[in-house]
Design a protein. Sequence first.
Length: 279
Amino acid sequence: MKSRRSFRVAIAVAALSSLALAGCGSSDSGSPSDQPSVESTNAAGVTLVQPGKLTVCTHLPYAPFEANDDSGQTVGFDIDLMDLIGKKLGVETAVVDTPFEGIKSGQDMSTGKCDIAAAGMTITPEREKAILFSAPYFDATQALLVRSGSTVGSLADLKDKKLGAQSATTGLDYAKKHQSENGYRVVEFQDLASETQALLTSQVDAAINDLPVWTEVVKKNPDKAQIAAQFDTGEQYGFGMKLGNEALKKVVDETLATAKSDGTYDTIYKKWIGDVPQS
């Protein structure tokens, strides 16, 4: 997703000794929830939970939006956009891998675990009660993944079969909404990796999740999996912040608008997703 000049770390377990906005950070992997946050006000007027860092909560893996590469560095579509925001603020980007439930509920932002969540998260009215969302940055579609050669081509074909879904996601909501009419059993998995593995090892007959993540799985397993169907749910992703953090939202929205107007967003989209949809 962009040049990776940002220094990504899990949050340091010891208090930082410098308040410089552009200094070096620690590579320790302790959770910020284990220590008091040291809030600092950025030069742009944005209060950050750790000096000199935009602390980003995400849930790994969720390629192509966020995942660790072979070197252990967190990369992806969302992460490139976070780096643009960090650059706008004049700070580094620090990524924290955390369960999606804490992100979805808004708890991770409200308790100071992170400044912002970037986790392929759909904006919903229920989530907006606890999260301040950025302007939408990605139009999402649900999709059905099956093993190669499967005769399943729709939810109706799953009668008396098992459908995998990731916990706390809109894919799970969609699966449960249509469960009774199609007669399948929903099996929940805590993360994308376990859901994918369940499908590939025949623990479930199909799995539902966002189209781009299944596209990525098919790329890596061309002879093992295929996309059977897509469901246009009208979803849009947003970055999540603490309720009331309008200063950070302003910077995030301005950064996204600039990236879309100057072509940077399209470049990042092509790098991680593919051809940019025509509006």
